[in-house]
Unconditional design. Structure first.
Length: 155
């Protein structure tokens, strides 16, 4: 817990590069008024956000366990240092890890599954269902069958 209350909420916005990052940028107006820390796997994306706080993590997935461990350690360090009030992720593995870690620190969490997953949830979204406060899906049919929420499409 924080010793002194911040005047504005702190958001950790985590996504992989590519389409996940594009979707994060599309939802970023929702963070207006917050102190936003952006986290992604592509260092060259820093110029795309107007944030004083830009961080990178190593790209990893279930098939790269050493890289996944390095990613998790970096995220533990980030979450412990930033102490976000909320974590929002558009995927993939790093976003799930950030949500899992942030819950241990008492942060509220939301996972927004990729629009590319039109038939079923991604693995990260399925795992996030067990720990995130909210999991959103961008396809109504998928939301109906998975217990996620549909609130429209990002793209």
């Amino acid at each position: 817990m924080r010793e002194e209350k911040q005047s504005r909420p702190v958001v950790l916005a985590v996504s992989s590069s590519g389409g996940h990052w594009v979707q994060m940028l599309r939802v970023s107006p929702a963070f207006r008024g917050a102190e936003v820390h952006y986290v992604t796997t592509d260092r060259s994306a820093a110029h795309q956000v107007k944030a004083d706080h830009f961080h990178t993590i190593i790209d990893a997935n279930k098939d790269t366990p050493i890289r996944l461990t390095i990613c998790a350690l970096k995220l533990i360090w980030l979450v412990a240092g930033v102490r976000p009030d909320a974590v929002v992720s558009t995927g993939a593995a790093g976003g799930y890890l950030a949500i899992r870690i942030a819950r241990l620190f008492g942060a509220r969490t939301m996972f927004i599954d990729s629009i590319a997953n039109a038939r079923e949830l991604s693995m990260s979204a399925r795992l996030s269902l067990k720990v995130a406060d909210r999991v959103l899906c961008q396809w109504p049919r998928v939301a109906e069958t998975t217990g996620t929420e549909y609130r429209g499409a990002v793209i």
